[in-house]
Design a protein around this ligand. Structure first.
Ligand SMILES: Cc1cc2nc3c(=O)[nH]c(=O)nc-3n(C[C@H](O)[C@H](O)[C@H](O)COP(=O)(O)O)c2cc1C
Length: 166
């Protein structure tokens, strides 16, 4: 066991040992589709049904999510690693960022990535500021699952992975 200093690098190196899934959160504002790769997505409450993700306050997606009433989550399979990288790239063009990414439109209007394992459409219930991020809490409006049995995309120690044996 080694104690690290309390720097952001040590924080990333430590919390990065917690393996997560990877999702793309989408929101449509004034007809423009916004998206962000996220691994902070998590289920929050069963009664009522709530989920959350965290968004850096100093990001383009933060501007979008604070200007809309709804968002959608697409949980990615291992095969969607290129999409995960694309929607994590700062400075990518906003317009037409979905042109190469197969998607359909959810009931609430934001894009759902066709390759995903499941999709969750939410209305925004609450936004809580916490340090340099906001916690966005969504009330679940629609739950959709794929009938394919694809393996999930995993993020661990700062790298995309597939489950061993998949
Ligand atoms: C695996 C992974 C997970 C990420 N999770 C988050 C997250 O939960 N919250 C966040 O604000 N940024 C997260 N990011 C960074 C954003 O995806 C990225 O900064 C953002 O999409 C940049 O685009 P924007 O400037 O248009 O918002 C993550 C990046 C990666 C590669």
């Amino acid at each position: 066991m080694r104690e690290l200093d309390l720097s952001s690098e040590s924080f990333r190196a430590t919390t990065g040992r917690y393996a997560t899934g990877v999702a793309v959160v989408t929101a449509t504002v004034d007809g423009i589709d916004h998206a962000m790769t996220t691994n902070s997505f998590t289920s929050l409450s069963l009664d009522p049904l709530l989920v959350l993700f965290c968004v850096e306050r100093d990001s383009r997606f933060h501007e979008a999510i604070t200007a809309t009433a709804s968002f959608s989550i697409s949980v990615l399979p291992a095969s969607a690693q290129p999409a995960a990288r694309w929607f994590a790239e700062r400075g990518r063009p906003l317009i037409d960022q979905f042109s190469e990414i197969p998607h359909v439109r959810g009931v609430q209007g934001s894009p759902l990535l066709s390759a995903a394992l499941c999709w969750i459409e939410c209305s925004i219930s609450q936004i809580v500021t916490a340090g340099d991020h906001d916690i966005v809490i969504g009330a679940v409006e629609h739950l959709l699952v794929s009938d394919d049995d694809d393996e999930p995309l995993v993020f661990w120690k700062g790298r995309f992975r597939a489950l061993p044996g998949s």
